[in-house]
Design a protein. Structure first.
Length: 723
C-alpha cells in the first residue's frame, strides 16, 4: 500500500468506484439511452479565478496591485502557494521558468515574482488538482486601474496533479509539502448512509502512489500540513459523524502524522479550517459560544508530554463584532494572518490581514473590488502575498456562460448535465427544456436557442405534457411556503402566440397545490395539496382540473407531508417524498404507491434523519433519480457560497432497491433532477447571447448579527426561505 506504482494506484481508484463501473463492459458498450439534467444553486455563476495581492502596502491596494493567477477557464478555487520542491519542479515539462524563489518582501514590488500555485479546477465536468508555475513581470503599469493577469506574460506551465482519477470524485484543499500532495477526495464510498465520503489522501508526486490518511469510517475536511510536513491537521466529526448541520460545523480538530495517518489525536473541541504557523502552533475558526461571532483562535501544542485537548492551549485571536474565518498562515509568521471577514457594515466577504502584535485588521480586497465576494485566503511561504478566489468579472479570456454543463457520468449510456436554471424538464421529444428562473417559467431549445419566458410569475416545478404538444404544467406561487400559501397548478401553452393568455388554472382552492405530474396517457394529474391542513397527494383530471369529473381524488392521507410526486412513464407507480416515518422531523424518504392507492412502500431513506427528495423516473420506469444527503457533507459550508443545503447529491436507484449509484460529487447543493428519454451528446451547451454572469449569495448565516449570549440570535435573514 505504501508505494503503489502509478498504474496500480489508478486501478485501485477505479476499483473503488461505486458499483456501476462493474457494469461497464468494454467489448459491448451499451447503446446510449437517455440523459439526466439537474440544478446546482448558483453554480453556473461561479466564474472563479485565483488572484493575489501583496501583503505589504504603503497605501491601500488599488486594482492595479491585484494579479489574476489562473487562466480564466472554468472554475478555479482553493489555492495554495507551494514552496518549489524538487518533486514539484520535476513535474514541469520545461525547466522552471524563473530560478529565483519567491521574491524577498522588500523587493516584492520591483522584481519578477514567480508563483507555484496548486489549486482546484473543475474542467471538462470534473474536478482535479492543478499546478501552475507562473512568472510575472510585476512592473506596475502606468495609470492602470484594472487588475492585471498573469496570463499576460509567459512562460507558464499548467499540469493536472492527479492521474488515474475517476472523473467523478471531488478533489479539494490541496497542499504540497516536499514530495507529497495532501488533499481531500471523495473517491471511496463510505460504508454507512448519510456519512460523508470526504477523506484526506496523500499522493507522492514522484511515484504517483496514493495513500489514505483518514481512517476508514471517518470523514475529514479542510486538511492543513505543518511547515515541516510532519503533521496534518483536519476538521472532523470523528466517529460521531455528521448530524445534518448546514452552517458553521461543530467539527473538532484532529492531528495525525502526514506520513501514514497514524498517531491521530483530537487536539481541539469545536473548530475548523486549521492552518499551521510552525509544527506546534495552528490557527482555526470557530463560532464563539459566548457571543456568537465566528472568530479565529490559536492552538499551541505542548512541547513535551502527551498531546490531547487538555494539554493544548487555545486562545481567541479575533474580537467579537466581526465574523473572521478561514484563517491562512505562513511558516514562522508570528506577525499576521490572513482571514476572510464579513463585517456588519458590508454585504460582501473580504480578505483582510490581522496583525497579531497590535490586534488590528487591515482591509485589502475592499479597496480593489468592494462589491465582490472573496473566499478562502492563502499566504505565500515568504508571507509577501495573499491569494484568494473571486469571480473573474468581465474579462476577455473568460469562459462563456453555459446553459448546460456536461459532467462525467457513471453510466456510459446516460449523459449528465447541470443546467443554469432550476426544476428543469425535457420535452417528450427531448428537443426542448422547460425550467424555472425566479420569477418565471422558461422554455429553451436544448442547443440554447430560442429561450423564451412563458410565464412571468413566481412558480416552481415543471412538467411537460406527454400527449398534448407544447403544454407545460407548473405550480404558480411562492416556493418553500407554509401549508396555507396560495399556490395553484396551472398549465401553460408554451407555443401560444399571446403570452398573456396562454395559461389555464387547474386548481382554484389556492391551498398550496404543487408538483403536478401527468399519467402517461395524459388523462390525470397527481399533485400535492394542503387542502386538508397537511400536504398529501391528490389526483385530478388533467384538462379540466379540479372542475373535472370526480373533482379531486385523495391518493394519500395522514398528518404528515407527502410531496414531490412523479408518475412513472409506464403508469404503474407514483413516486413521492414523505416524512410519514417521522412527521415534522425534516427527514424525507422516497415512497412508491400505485395510482389506485395500493402497494405503498418505502424505496429509500438516508440514514435515520436524512433526506431523499425530488424523485424522477427513468424512461424505462425501472429506476429513479433523486437528490439526497446520502453522502453527507463534503466541505465546510463556510468555504463556499450560499447553498440552502450544502450537501445534496444526485443518486439513482432501481425500483427493487438495488444499484444505488452516486452521480455527483461536489460540495454544492445538487437538486431537482429530471431524466429525459433522449440521449444528448456529453458536451457543454453555451448560452448564445447570454453574457457571463457572476452573482451569487454569501452564506446566509454570515448575515446574522449575534446578540450577546450567542444563542438568542437576531436574524437579519428572517423571512428568507431556509431549508
Ligand atoms: C476538455 O474539453 C475541451 C473541449 O471541450 C478539449 O479541447 C480539451 O482537450 C479537454 N481537456 C481535457 C483535459 O480533457
Ligand atoms: C392497483 O394497481 C396495481 C398496479 O397497476 C395492480 O397491480 C393492482 O391489481 C391494482 N389493485 C386494485 C385493487 O385495483
Amino acid at each position: 500500500m505504501k508505494t503503489l506504482p502509478l498504474i496500480l494506484c489508478c486501478i485501485l481508484i477505479n476499483s473503488l468506484l461505486p458499483t456501476q463501473s462493474a457494469v461497464q463492459n468494454h467489448q459491448n458498450p451499451p447503446p446510449p439511452t437517455s440523459s439526466i439534467i439537474f440544478t446546482t444553486l448558483g453554480r453556473s455563476s461561479y466564474a472563479f479565478d485565483l488572484f493575489t495581492l501583496p501583503t505589504r502596502h504603503r497605501t491601500p491596494p488599488s486594482p492595479s496591485s491585484e494579479l489574476r493567477l489562473t487562466d480564466g477557464a472554468s472554475v478555479n478555487f482553493n489555492g495554495h502557494f507551494a514552496s518549489p520542491s524538487p518533486a514539484l519542479l520535476s513535474l514541469s515539462p520545461q525547466p522552471s521558468p524563473i530560478q529565483q524563489p519567491f521574491s524577498t518582501p522588500a523587493a516584492a514590488e520591483e522584481t519578477e515574482p514567480e508563483f507555484h500555485l496548486v489549486y482546484v479546477s473543475e474542467r471538462n465536468g470534473s474536478c482535479n488538482i492543478y499546478y501552475d508555475a507562473i512568472a510575472f513581470d510585476s512592473q506596475p503599469q502606468e495609470s492602470s486601474s484594472r487588475s492585471r493577469s498573469a496570463m499576460e506574460i509567459a512562460p507558464r506551465v499548467q499540469l493536472p496533479l492527479i492521474h488515474g482519477h475517476d472523473g467523478l470524485s471531488l478533489k479539494d484543499r490541496p497542499t504540497v509539502v516536499g514530495d507529497k500532495l495532501v488533499y481531500v477526495s471523495t473517491h471511496e464510498k463510505s460504508a454507512e448512509p448519510r456519512t460523508s465520503w470526504a477523506a484526506v489522501y496523500s499522493t507522492d508526486l514522484k511515484t504517483g502512489s496514493t495513500r489514505r490518511l483518514t481512517p476508514i469510517g471517518i470523514a475529514d475536511f479542510s486538511p492543513a500540513v505543518s511547515p515541516s510536513g510532519f503533521l496534518t491537521a483536519v476538521a472532523s466529526y470523528g466517529e460521531n459523524g455528521w448530524n445534518g448541520e448546514v452552517e458553521e460545523l461543530s467539527t473538532d480538530i484532529y492531528v495525525f502524522l502526514t506520513r501514514d495517518g497514524s498517531e491521530r489525536v483530537k487536539i481541539v473541541e469545536h473548530g475548523g479550517w486549521p492552518s499551521w504557523v510552525d509544527d506546534s502552533t495552528l490557527f482555526f475558526h470557530r463560532k464563539s459560544e459566548e457571543d456568537g461571532w465566528i472568530s479565529v483562535y490559536k492552538a499551541i501544542l505542548p512541547n513535551s508530554g502527551p498531546i490531547s485537548t487538555d494539554s493544548v492551549t487555545v486562545t481567541r485571536i479575533t474580537p467579537p463584532g466581526i465574523h473572521a474565518f478561514t484563517p491562512a498562515t505562513s511558516p514562522g509568521n508570528t506577525d499576521f494572518i490572513a482571514v476572510a471577514t464579513r463585517r456588519p457594515t458590508s454585504s460582501y466577504r473580504h480578505i483582510e490581514l490581522f496583525d497579531l502584535v497590535n490586534n488590528e485588521f487591515t482591509e485589502l480586497t475592499r479597496f480593489v473590488s468592494p462589491q465582490t465576494h472573496h473566499l478562502n485566503p492563502f499566504l505565500s511561504p515568504d508571507s509577501g502575498r495573499v491569494g484568494y478566489h473571486r469571480c473573474r468579472g468581465q474579462s476577455n479570456s473568460g469562459d462563456p456562460h453555459l446553459l448546460l454543463e456536461s459532467l462525467h457520468s457513471p453510466r456510459p449510456d446516460v449523459s449528465l448535465f447541470r443546467i443554469d436554471g432550476s426544476y428543469p424538464v425535457f420535452s417528450p421529444a427531448g428537443d426542448r427544456i422547460a425550467y424555472v428562473e425566479m420569477p418565471g417559467v422558461y422554455v429553451v431549445n436544448r442547443d440554447g436557442s430560442n429561450r423564451r419566458r412563458v410565464f412571468p410569475g413566481m412558480a416552481f416545478t415543471t412538467e411537460w405534457d406527454p400527449v398534448r404538444p407544447g403544454i407545460v404544467y407548473t405550480a404558480a406561487g411562492p416556493t418553500f411556503a407554509p401549508v396555507s400559501s396560495e399556490v395553484d397548478i396551472i398549465s401553460i401553452n408554451v407555443d401560444h402566440a399571446d403570452v398573456d393568455n396562454n395559461v389555464k388554472k387547474l386548481t382554484t382552492n389556492g391551498i398550496n397545490n404543487a408538483f403536478p405530474s401527468l399519467s402517461p396517457d395524459g388523462k390525470w394529474i397527481v399533485f400535492r395539496s394542503g387542502l386538508s391542513g397537511q400536504k398529501n397527494l391528490y389526483i385530478m383530471d388533467a384538462e379540466k382540473g379540479e372542475a373535472g369529473d370526480g373533482g379531486l381524488r385523495k391518493l394519500t392521507e395522514g398528518p404528515w407531508t407527502d410531496t414531490m410526486c412523479k408518475w412513472s412513464p409506464d403508469g404503474e407507480w407514483i413516486a413521492f417524498s414523505s416524512d410519514r416515518h417521522d412527521p415534522g422531523s425534516g427527514s424525507f424518504a422516497i415512497y412508491l404507491i400505485h395510482p389506485n392507492g395500493t402497494g405503498l412502500r418505502k424505496l429509500i431513506q438516508s440514514g435515520a434523519g436524512g433526506r431523499c427528495n425530488h424523485p424522477y423516473f427513468s424512461p424505462d420506469s425501472k429506476s429513479i433519480v433523486f437528490t439526497t444527503d446520502y453522502a453527507g457533507i463534503s466541505a465546510e459550508p463556510i468555504s463556499n457560497p450560499h447553498h440552502y443545503q450544502p450537501y445534496g447529491d444526485i443518486f439513482t436507484i432501481k425500483l427493487d432497491g438495488s444499484e444505488l449509484t452516486r452521480w455527483t460529487q461536489n460540495s454544492y447543493e445538487d437538486g431537482t433532477p429530471a431524466w429525459g428519454q433522449m440521449y444528448m451528446e456529453p458536451s457543454d451547451v453555451k448560452w448564445p447571447n447570454y453574457g457571463p454572469g457572476c452573482s451569487f449569495e454569501d452564506c446566509y448565516f454570515l448575515d446574522e448579527i449575534p446578540t450577546s449570549g450567542g444563542r438568542d440570535r437576531n436574524l437579519k435573514t428572517s423571512g428568507r426561505p431556509r431549508c
